[in-house]
Write a protein that binds this ligand. Structure first.
Ligand SMILES: [Fe+2]
Length: 245
């Protein structure tokens, strides 16, 4: 392959940011609407970015699987934004319009980048020189992830405590129930499969303990089987002890 030398344009945006913790110290909330699913999304974006950098460029099946993974991740992000826009955004608009505007703007920028990820994955699949197409995809996924991490940070560190102060813990609980109630079973299973392996024991106990208390026994049995399929046996045992199983 001939690589034609070109001079890249100089970026005009600032690329390094100072500590967010220093400016906005993290404050725990009673019920965090974002924490668990955001951990799952981080894990998925990290996996996807690394996969694009690691797979054998000459292996078409791996490039095909990567393009599928990009599509699944894009669907996950669109579904997630839909839950936030449908259930959290109205409360923010009513009580903290400036935060609602910041989130709406972030979601617009993120949404607009998603088709580009799919297009680059398709390019890498079709390319006659996939080595460089894959690296282009890896770079774009890494930069997209950086943007997404900043967005999640805003939601968890700033929006969530602001929402709790504005509407109270009980109303936050109502939003949580409305979100969970709106998720179809297969989407819930996919989300749990993504979240549980990257959550800690305390958070797993809280999440599954709530389901155990609130869901019909046969539904929780299905959740428990899924848990067994995505966690290490010793983690399942520790969680089982916490849940009295
Ligand atoms: Fe969001």
């Amino acid at each position: 392959m001939t690589i034609t030398p070109t001079t890249p344009t100089t970026p005009t945006t600032r690329t390094a940011e100072p500590s967010v913790e220093a400016a906005h110290p993290y404050r725990p909330v009673a019920l965090d609407l974002y924490k668990d699913i955001h951990k799952g999304i981080r894990a998925d974006l990290f996996d996807l970015t690394l996969e694009a950098g690691r797979i054998d460029p000459g292996d078409r099946d791996r490039r095909d699987a990567l393009a599928d993974h990009v599509r699944r991740s894009v669907t996950l992000l669109m579904d997630h934004a839909e839950h936030e826009d449908g259930h959290i955004q109205p409360a923010l608009e009513a009580h903290r319009p400036e935060l609602a505007a910041a989130i709406a703007s972030d979601h617009e920028v993120i949404d607009a980048r998603l088709p580009g990820l799919v297009a680059l994955a398709d390019d890498a699949l079709a390319a006659t020189e996939p080595r460089w197409a894959l690296h282009r995809l890896h770079l774009e996924l890494a930069d997209f992830t950086a943007t997404y991490l900043r967005h999640e940070d805003l939601e968890e560190r700033v929006v969530m405590p602001a929402l709790e102060v504005a509407i109270g813990v009980e109303a936050v609980g109502g939003i949580h129930e409305a979100i969970v109630g709106s998720i179809p079973p297969e989407q819930m299973a996919a989300s749990l499969g993504l979240m549980l392996p990257v959550m800690n024991l305390d958070d797993r106990t809280e999440l599954l303990g709530g389901m155990q208390a609130g869901a019909p026994p046969e539904v929780f049995e299905g959740v428990w089987q899924l848990t067994g399929s995505v966690l290490e046996p010793r983690d399942v045992a520790a969680l089982g002890r916490r849940l009295g199983r």
